[in-house]
Design a binder for this molecule. Structure first.
Ligand code: ATP
Ligand code: MG
Length: 430
């Protein structure tokens, strides 16, 4: 048996030691082991054990039943981190979407049900032994992604594995082994049977954690998953924006320019107007929350920054329309798109974006009133000067705001009262 000297977090060692003392064989498995082999940090330590859930709960004082039927017990460490401890399992039945599992007795059986060889390595946090029945360590060294067992069978058991393959291959820059690739490409049409949420969340994981998400995104396109799951995005491959460049390629390249940890911002980079489809309908189909949809539309549909030298009123009006809190996100998006265009020799407006961004900062630093809520007169104020409340209040307040955007000095209660009376009279005249 080979070994790997490394140190697991104290809490992981403690959990394994306690289970060991009670006579239960326990291993680190999955992503944390893979990440350790890649010399990447991982905070997501999963443990697999011969102990049954009720036995795990006997060993530790603070546990959380996370999915006892599936064998998973959460163990709380002293510093409050929750670790998942799962009884060895084997698949009894699978249908492409769900699996029926039963408990197993050995770590080898448990590893055999895992998706890819690189995810099917176990490591002992105290003895440092590695259990690697499918050659995952070698595959990682050779930068190869392959399924555990026969690819077609493994994908048919769970079609989500197709998307996981694309994500891992992209994230770790792995070559997908030939048969694994052929099988997944042949089976992409079955992706439709997965729930929208799982499909969407897979894409969001690519966008959230991959510092070079273009690889996974292009794999989506190449194997056909894009046309099955996101036909709107697939069609962007046919929209030319430059001689050799499609709208898809340009957008993917903009996504690459944005940081990890901001999946919605990166998604927005894929969806910037003008587009040949309706962004709102697209996001609704993916079951995003109303708040997420509204925010994304604001980012993708906003008119571009005014020119840096535009007058103060233009700037304040723009800031007011987009919502000043969105400036950083819009600046990032604008810069990412400019860099992408530049990388294809399609203009160099990076400097323009940067100077516009600076100008936006300067304009905002004077803290001018930009929103109705910034006005020195509100709806109650309008009532107190004798105006009758009604839908026209919104119109009056909108008129006041525009008047103040022209000259921030006008944001004084008395001036606004005078102006409000004029506006109210104009509205009644109409
Ligand atoms: P990450 O958490 O970084 O996305 P991970 O490998 O830890 O990567 P998880 O979804 O947390 O992925 O799953 C943990 C482990 O469980 C995987 O490494 C793999 O061994 C196994 N696994 C997860 N999903 C599947 C699946 N659909 N089919 C087979 N095994 C799976
Ligand atoms: Mg994980």
């Amino acid at each position: 048996m080979s070994r790997l000297e490394a140190s697991a977090p104290q809490a992981v060692q403690w959990i394994v030691r306690e289970l060991d003392k009670a006579g239960h064989d326990t291993w680190a498995v999955g992503g944390a082991v893979r990440d350790m082999l890649l010399e990447r940090r991982s905070d997501d330590w999963d443990l697999a054990t011969s102990a049954r859930p009720e036995q795990v709960r006997k060993v530790f004082r603070r546990t959380v039943p996370l999915g006892v039927d599936y064998g998973t017990v959460g163990v709380l460490s002293r510093n409050g981190t929750l670790y998942e401890v799962t009884t060895f399992r084997r698949d009894v039945e699978t249908d492409g979407r769900h699996a029926v599992v039963s408990f197993a007795d050995t770590i080898e059986e448990d590893l055999a049900r895992r998706d890819f060889t690189i995810n099917a390595v176990a490591w002992h946090p105290l003895r440092w032994d590695l259990v690697d029945p499918f050659g995952g360590v070698g595959d990682l060294q050779n930068c190869v992604l392959r399924t555990v067992g026969v690819p077609e069978e493994r994908f048919r058991e769970d079609y989500l594995r197709i998307l996981r393959a694309l994500r891992f291959a992209g994230l770790f820059n792995l070559e997908i082994e030939r048969e694994t690739w052929t099988s997944l490409s042949t089976l992409v049409s079955h992706l439709e049977s997965l729930s929208t949420e799982r499909i969407r969340d897979e894409l969001l994981k690519v966008l959230a954690i991959d510092s070079s998400p273009g690889r996974a995104l292009q794999l989506y396109a190449k194997c056909g998953a894009l046309s099955v799951l996101y036909p709107e995005l697939h069609d962007l491959q046919e929209v030319r924006v430059g001689e050799e460049v499609s709208r898809w390629t340009l957008s993917v390249s903009a996504v690459e320019e944005l940081p990890i940890g901001r999946p919605m911002l990166r998604l927005a980079a894929l969806l910037c107007e003008p587009l040949p489809f309706d962004v709102e309908a697209f996001l609704m189909r993916l079951r995003f929350s109303n708040a997420a949809i509204a925010e994304t539309i604001k980012l993708t549909g906003s008119s571009p920054f005014p020119r840096p030298e535009a007058d103060g009123y233009s700037w304040r009006r723009w800031l007011s329309a987009i919502g000043p809190e969105r400036v950083p996100a819009l600046a990032r998006l604008g810069l990412a798109r400019a860099k992408a265009r530049q990388s294809f020799g399609m203009g160099d407006d990076c400097e323009f974006v940067v100077s516009s961004w600076r100008r936006a900062k300067v304009v905002r630093s004077g803290r001018p009133p930009l929103l109705v809520s910034d006005l020195a007169l509100d709806g109650r104020g309008l009532i107190s000067i004798g105006l009758k409340p009604g839908p026209h209040f919104a119109q009056i307040l909108g008129g006041l705001l525009d008047w103040v955007l022209q000259d921030p000095e006008r944001n004084q209660h008395d001036l606004l009262v005078e102006r409000a009376v004029e506006l109210a009279a104009d509205i009644t005249d109409e």
